[in-house]
Design a protein around this ligand. Structure first.
Ligand code: AMP
Ligand code: MG
Length: 518
């Protein structure tokens, strides 16, 4: 059992009002709230790795006491329930106060190694920040958050984690397509875990209100609790130095998303973590056929602000908004520009490292830009499955490179024939490039396998697991969770999870387009 040490509550100013009604909260960073009781809580799944991080053994995580805590029904010693106050830019526009509308903190757990983790129940009922919404989450979106958090972690992508998935026994009404057809869905709660859930928007809100005292308090707290390495940085330089760190972490995060084909779908500034973690799994999606303009989010379909290919630019734009906020308390606001520059240089460097590895090169060389860009063009025009392509590329016979070995990555025969000639030429160039590295073939192949996942949480796989879960069968959740623990390994018997998206899933809701309704 971890112990709880709730520094956010202890060290930051809280809301004087303790009632639970929607309101604007000023000069405070949190409000207390009581989760709503879950009438019939059931633990549907849990992550044993996250349980381990929290020093919880199997029997404990399955105990009545913990089910009580994970469903919002009761608290364990040291826990406290509260929600935090933040704002954000949504789809490029300042949205004012948002806050934790349905994620209720249980406190800060400290494990035996002294590592600190914030715990949150997502979907445990309304809070002062719920605005017009109900504070609940449905099984569909909770399965998606639970599975994807863990899948991302095992892929090596920085992310918030998921301890548990609990059905509440409540019925929640959702109009999934926003088309006037509300339906009853199963209520659920994910307990998410991260060293810090602090978002860019936590800094933006006090800045937008001109509350520099609160902004300064939050910064001091954040540096002290979440970035202790900055304790000895000279006060005049602290803000700018810390901002550089956030910029670098964000750059590395986005490179990870690009290399695994993850599209967040709602990169609003309130969904950006200061630790550079993937946070708030909503209408996210995975790239099947390679398309930089693809967005999983139906709300984003018209503008495509959050499509795959724009993620690097949007992250930069979001960092600029964080810089705007920090400029109010930076002794030299001009120094913040260095962070943005560092975002660009870190992104470029890490992108090259990641994609050199994906293509099987020992490092990035001059001239690789053209080879890689040509590959992206072919993948786009040929509607090639990104995950299958990279995983299969490693297996192409270097002596007799044959485009047929990549046939599996294509969704349509006509597209394959359309790019066949160019692909053959490209494959020859790629082969020359690989040979010039002089690396033994088996070493190259294992390096490529370590850079190119065989298993990702394809949209249609998550959807299948959801449909079964809604019918009371959790086995596919367990099976996916297990398979996605080792995404870079060939797992005999699990081929079905490595295949490209089946045709029936191409236009099916949940498999190609996701709504924000969750
Ligand atoms: P999102 O775009 O999902 O990150 O959410 C933006 C804001 O809406 C945040 O303040 C959320 O807490 C809030 N929100 C989203 N869904 C709900 C819900 N069902 N009930 C209450 N608040 C919500
Ligand atoms: Mg959010």
């Amino acid at each position: 059992m971890p112990h709880f040490d709730n520094r956010w509550l202890r060290e930051l100013p809280g809301d004087t009002c303790t009632q639970n009604h929607p309101r604007q909260v000023h000069e405070a960073l949190w409000s207390t709230v009581t989760p709503e009781a879950a009438p019939n809580p059931r633990l549907l799944a849990h992550s044993r790795e996250v349980a381990e991080l929290l020093d919880l053994d199997e029997a404990t995580i399955r105990s009545r006491d913990w089910l009580g805590a994970l469903s919002g029904n009761s608290l364990l010693a040291g826990m406290a329930t509260y929600v935090t106050c933040y704002g954000g830019h949504q789809f490029g526009t300042w949205a004012g106060q948002l806050g934790d509308g349905r994620a209720i903190f249980l406190g800060e757990a400290v494990n035996a190694q002294g590592k600190r983790f914030e715990l949150q129940l997502k979907g445990a009922g309304p809070t002062p920040y719920s605005r017009h919404a109900d504070g609940y989450a449905v099984l569909r979106s909770s399965v998606r958050e639970f599975l994807c958090s863990e899948a991302m972690h095992h892929l090596g992508v920085p992310t918030t984690r998921a301890l548990s998935l609990v059905a509440t026994g409540k019925t929640v009404i959702r109009d999934m397509f926003y088309d006037g057809h509300p339906a009853a869905e199963t209520g659920a709660i994910v307990c998410r875990v991260a060293p810090s859930f602090t978002r860019f928007g936590h800094f933006e809100l006090p800045a937008a209100r001109g509350d520099t005292a609160l902004l300064q308090k939050l910064l001091d707290f954040t540096l002290d609790r979440d970035f202790p390495d900055f304790a000895h940085t000279h006060p005049d330089e602290r803000v700018a130095r810390w901002f550089i760190e956030v910029c670098e972490r964000t750059a590395r995060l986005i490179v990870h998303w690009m290399r695994v084909g993850f599209v967040h779908g709602v990169m609003n500034t309130d969904n950006m973590s200061i630790l550079g973690l993937t946070i708030d799994y909503g209408p996210y999606g995975w790239i099947d056929d390679f398309d930089p303009l693809w967005t999983p989010n139906t709300t984003d379909a018209a503008g495509r602000r959050y499509c795959f290919g724009r993620q690097p630019d949007i992250a930069r734009w979001n960092l600029e908004r964080l810089a705007d906020a920090l400029s109010l308390i930076a002794p030299d606001p001009g120094a913040l520009a260095e962070g943005i520059e560092r975002y660009d240089t870190t992104y470029d460097r890490e992108f090259r490292t990641a994609f050199a590895a994906k293509f099987g090169f020992t490092g990035w060389r001059d001239g690789d830009d053209d080879l890689v860009e040509t590959a992206f063009q072919l993948m786009y025009r040929g509607e090639i499955d990104m995950t299958v392509f990279f995983r299969t590329l490693g297996q192409v016979d270097l002596e007799v490179p044959d485009i047929d070995s990549l046939r599996d990555a294509f969704y349509a025969g006509a597209k394959f024939r359309a790019v066949a000639g160019e692909l053959a030429t490209w494959l020859q160039r790629w082969r020359q490039r690989i040979k010039s590295d002089g690396r033994p073939n088996d070493r190259r192949l294992s390096a490529m396998n370590a850079a190119n996942p065989r298993y990702v949480l394809r949209n249609y796989l998550a959807q299948q697991a959801i449909e079964r879960a809604e019918a009371g069968d959790m086995t596919m959740i367990d099976e996916l969770l297990e398979t996605l623990r080792h995404p870079y390994d060939n797992q005999p018997g699990k081929e079905v999870f490595a295949a490209r998206r089946p045709d029936w899933a191409r236009r099916k809701p949940g498999c190609s387009m996701l709504s924000c309704s969750s």
